[in-house]
Unconditional design. Structure first.
Length: 283
C-alpha cells in the first residue's frame, strides 16, 4: 500500500471546486520540516490519487456504509475534505466555516466519516488501523493548546466519546492521547505519548464498552495503555459508532490538517489482533 503524505495546495483547491463528484483528486506532499507555518507547503506530487465519495450523505467504501460528516456533504467549497482510494481514506480540513458538518456551529472544524456499523456494551472488541497526521502549522495548535480526534468510538446520543485517540500539541511537537469517558465524567486522559507528525503509525486496540469496561492500546508495537474495570461508555445507552477523521472542536487557528488511514482491520470484530502488534503491515 503505497506512501501517502498529502495536502491539496491552496491553488489546486480553487481549481477543484467545479470538478464532478467522482473526479480524481490530485494531492500533494504536504508540509516541510519544521512544521511551523501554513506557508511551508511543498508541491511534490504524490503517487496516490483519490476520488471524492458520491455527493450523498451516506456512501459505501471498504465494505462498509459511512456517513459523510464534512463540508463536502453540503457545500462545493471543500472538494478536498474526503478522498478515497481502494485501500486508504484521506481527510483534509482547512480553517474555514465551510469545513464542518452542516449542523455544526460555524466555529467547529470537522472532516469525518461515521461508520453505520454498531458497537455494543459488554463485548470484547479488537480493532487496528494505520494512520498519518500532518499539520501545516504546529505553532497554531500550540497557541490554542488544543488538538483533535484521530478516532472516536462515538456515544450513541452524541456526547463526548467513551473512547478516543487524539493528536494534541506539546511544547516540543505532538502527542498521541488515549481518552475515555463514562457517565457523569469528562474526557479522562489515559495515555499521552509522543506522536511524530508526517509519519505513518499503526495502532492496535482492544476494548469493552459499558459502565464497567476496559481499554488496551498498542502504538507502533508498544503497549501505551491497559486499564480494566473503568467506565468506557454507559449502560444507559447502546449502539455506538466508530468515526475516523479530524474533529477540531477547539479550532485550528489557521492550521491545515491532513489525516490518512489505511490497513483498517475488519470491524466490528472480537477476533484477536495480537499478532499484528509485532507484525505491522506495510503502508
Amino acid at each position: 500500500m503505497g506512501a501517502a503524505r498529502y495536502l491539496l495546495a491552496v491553488a489546486a483547491c480553487a481549481c477543484c471546486v467545479s470538478a464532478p463528484a467522482m473526479a480524481q483528486i490530485k494531492v500533494l506532499n504536504p508540509f516541510g520540516s519544521p512544521q511551523g507555518s501554513v506557508a511551508q507547503l511543498t508541491t511534490t506530487t504524490s503517487t496516490t490519487s483519490y476520488t471524492k465519495p458520491p455527493a450523498t450523505k451516506v456512501f459505501s467504501w471498504n465494505g462498509h456504509s459511512w456517513s459523510n460528516d464534512s463540508g463536502q456533504a453540503w457545500n462545493t467549497n471543500t472538494p478536498y475534505a474526503i478522498g478515497l482510494s481502494s485501500s486508504k481514506i484521506r481527510f483534509e480540513a482547512h480553517d474555514t466555516s465551510y469545513d464542518r458538518g452542516q449542523n455544526d456551529p460555524s466555529t467547529k472544524r470537522r472532516s469525518e466519516v461515521s461508520s453505520k456499523d454498531q458497537y455494543h456494551n459488554g463485548v470484547n472488541y479488537w480493532m487496528a488501523f494505520s494512520f498519518q497526521v500532518d499539520w501545516s502549522c504546529l505553532a497554531c495548535q500550540q497557541r490554542l493548546k488544543q488538538g483533535g480526534e484521530i478516532m472516536q468510538v462515538h456515544w450513541p446520543s452524541g456526547a463526548s466519546p467513551p473512547l478516543a485517540f487524539r493528536a494534541v500539541p506539546t511544547s516540543t511537537g505532538a502527542a498521541f492521547q488515549v481518552t475515555t469517558r463514562g457517565d457523569n465524567q469528562g474526557n479522562i486522559t489515559r495515555a499521552s505519548v509522543p506522536l511524530t507528525l508526517g509519519t505513518v503509525h499503526d495502532v492496535v486496540f482492544s476494548f469493552k464498552l459499558g459502565a464497567v469496561g476496559y481499554e488496551q492500546v498498542w502504538l507502533d508495537g508498544k503497549e501505551i495503555s491497559n486499564l480494566s474495570n473503568i467506565p468506557v461508555g454507559t449502560n444507559l445507552e447502546d449502539g455506538y459508532s466508530m468515526r475516523l477523521g479530524p474533529y477540531y472542536g477547539g479550532g485550528m487557528a489557521g492550521n491545515q490538517i491532513v489525516q490518512t488511514y489505511g490497513n483498517i482491520a475488519a470491524f466490528p470484530s472480537s477476533t484477536s489482533l495480537i499478532s499484528r502488534i509485532s507484525n505491522r503491515p506495510a503502508w
